[in-house]
Design a binder for this molecule. Structure first.
Ligand SMILES: [Zn+2]
Ligand SMILES: [Zn+2]
Length: 142
C-alpha cells in the first residue's frame, strides 16, 4: 500500500485495507482474520508529511488461561511522520512514495495487549486433570 508524494498537495485522505500474514509477538501466535482497515489523513508540514488516523482489525489468538483460540478485535490509532531525511521513529519517503505497510504493521504490533483472555472470567485449565473448566467439570476434585 503506497501513496504518491505528489498526490499530497496540502492534505489528503486515504482509506484502505492491508492483509497481514500470521506472525508471532511475545510468544503469542497472532493470526489476522481480516485485513487491517485504515482511515488516514496526510498533511504536509514543511518537508515532512504527518499521518494521523485510525485502524481496526481482528485476529485469532490463544487464551493465556485456557489455551483455546478465540477472536480479538483491536482498534488503534496511528500518528506517524514521513520525511525525505527521516529522524528517529520517522519513516522514509522513498522514490517519491510513502510506503504504508511497515508503518501500519508496526502500529498493529505496538498496540497488541500483553494478556489474552477468551472471556473475563475464563476458568482456565485444571492443574490436576487438565480439563478445560469452561466446558467440562473437574474430575479430580482439585
Ligand atoms: Zn480462556
Ligand atoms: Zn481437575
Amino acid at each position: 500500500m503506497e501513496i504518491q508524494l505528489k498526490d499530497i498537495q496540502n492534505e489528503f485522505d486515504y482509506t484502505g485495507e492491508l492483509t497481514i500474514a500470521p506472525f508471532e509477538c511475545n510468544n503469542d501466535e497472532i493470526t489476522p482474520t481480516k485485513p487491517v482497515t485504515v482511515q488516514l489523513h496526510f498533511k504536509k508540514e514543511n518537508d515532512k508529511i504527518l499521518v494521523t488516523g485510525t485502524a481496526n482489525t481482528t485476529f485469532q489468538v490463544n487464551c493465556h488461561r485456557c489455551g483455546t483460540p478465540y477472536e480479538e478485535t483491536l482498534p488503534f490509532e496511528i500518528i506517524e511522520t514521513f520525511a525525505n531525511m527521516p529522524e528517529e521513529e520517522e519513516y522514509k519517503i522513498a522514490s517519491g512514495k510513502l510506503f504504508l505497510d511497515d508503518m501500519i504493521f508496526d502500529n498493529f504490533r505496538l498496540n497488541l495487549p500483553m494478556h489474552y483472555l477468551c472471556k473475563e472470567d475464563c476458568k482456565g485449565i485444571c492443574f490436576g486433570c487438565g480439563k478445560n473448566l469452561n466446558v467440562e467439570n473437574c474430575e479430580c476434585g482439585k
